[in-house]
Design a protein. Structure first.
Length: 133
């Protein structure tokens, strides 16, 4: 679950702040991890001929607040990067849909006190409702 807003910087570049909530089932059922990603992405959309369909790509950074404890050992927060592609539609009423696929990769992994790492690497599929104001 993420909440975002895209602010245009030019006709083909925008910046998108991101705040979210993610919950993961722990490895071997030991524990659950809750993650709150905070960050931003640069959104690049080449100038398109059709106004109602737009394609583009995303490059972003996330600071991940990690709430995960394993046998009394707390994990640190982590830092990750995001790359992705998307297709978005807009209607005359200002609403639309965005469909995308992306990959998050660790820049700094979350670790506990004895050096165990918790990776947040992964592929994600995104379906979002869009509103234009």
């Amino acid at each position: 679950f993420n909440v975002t807003a895209t602010f245009p910087l030019s006709a083909s570049v925008g910046i998108r702040p991101v705040v979210g909530y993610e919950s993961y089932l722990g490895v071997n059922g030991l524990a659950d991890a809750d993650v709150i990603p905070l960050g931003f992405s640069f959104m690049f959309s080449p100038v398109q001929k059709a106004d109602y369909v737009k394609a583009g790509f995303e490059l972003g950074l996330r600071y991940n607040l990690v709430d995960y404890s394993e046998v009394g050992l707390d994990f640190d927060d982590s830092f990750s990067g995001v790359v992705g592609v998307h297709v978005a539609t807009d209607s005359s009423g200002g609403f639309g849909v965005e469909l995308g696929v992306g990959y998050r990769f660790d820049i700094v992994e979350s670790e506990n006190d004895i050096g165990d790492a918790l990776s947040l690497d992964g592929l994600a599929v995104k379906l979002a409702l869009r509103a234009t104001f």
